[in-house]
Design a protein around this ligand. Sequence first.
Ligand code: SAH
Ligand code: SF4
Length: 367
Amino acid sequence: MVNETFTINKKMESEIVMISLQQLLEQDNFTKDELIYLLSLENKNDIDLLFEKALKVKEKYFGTDIHLRGIIEISNHCEENCLYCGLRRANKNITRYRMSVDEVVNAALHIKEAGVKTVVLQSGEDSDLTQQMVTEMIQKIKAVHDCAITLSLGERSYADYKTWFAAGADRYLLKHETNNENLYKFIHSNQSLKNRLEHLLYMKAIGYQIGSGNIIGLPTQTLEDIAEDLVLCKQLDLDMASFSPFVSSEKTPFANIANASVDSTLKVMAVARLYLKNVHIPATTALATLDERGREKGILAGANVIMPSFTPHPYRTDYLIYDDKICIGEDPRQCISCLSIRISSVGGTISNSKGDSLKFTLPTILD
Ligand code: SAH
Ligand code: SF4
């Protein structure tokens, strides 16, 4: 009898919570407190509801489409010293490389053969990767492949951004990493959050589709910080937003910091999908590094993008932002068949479009 009453009370209680959560999930927008509440859900049924709703919102805008972006990691030289990253300049235990223009174009041809219509050029902040080299890469890739080009080369000069946009680059990915100024200063001793945001706004003004986002699981980071990250992503009116879990690298000052939790990362992605709606959200390689089914789980939590690496051997094994990165021993050309099985196992279909931003308007170059 006592048990029965308890069960009934508990059921009633959980129904009350369910109903109010369901109502909250139907809202068109969220306050910061509501974001924090959603990020703090712990009950499995509640989290399942959150993921279900995130998937529905994803499908409303993108259907079952999953966009692939082929990444070429063109240089692992870096002049910055971000505390979390294995490519930081103070790490002497790494073989540094910089790919030639021809090597990059050849890797882009592999991306074309795989039917992938976005080429991402990523590197550390490497001033010896000159404006001219990147311009040539963009022009030569565009000449052989009708694709979109995303740059992810860190903070560069405004002249670089402008020249590369004029040469044909379409998108720029520069994560804000955290919207907590003190934490930002701690992890990047000689960079400022304000400056980074100004770079993003400049890129947007000259016509790039812009991507930004955070790292989840940084030391001292709170749910309020993460809610502030989401608010910033909305204010920036991003085309792409990436939320990746921190993965420890033994060659950094953060070697002893625990990896982020996969479940917390999935929750952030799902809340981001509800809040940011039609932005592209990747299921990151970092997530797949922490969980063999990370990409599938990411899709089920609202992600619509996967970014397989097409960096050729021997460089592939040296782009180690963090430890135990997946697929570095594979032939990049074989990744697509593995990915298509994974994507279809969770009801997704690989899109054959360039996957431009749903907010895309015709680019204009500033004078
Ligand atoms: N140098 C460029 C691009 C390469 S780094 C830049 O910093 O923008 C790309 C991304 O890797 C960074 O934005 C950061 O969010 C992510 N990253 C670096 N170290 C990481 C780590 N240990 N765990 C998770 N993500 C990391
Ligand atoms: Fe360099 Fe980017 Fe790594 Fe920072 S995150 S150390 S800028 S490669």
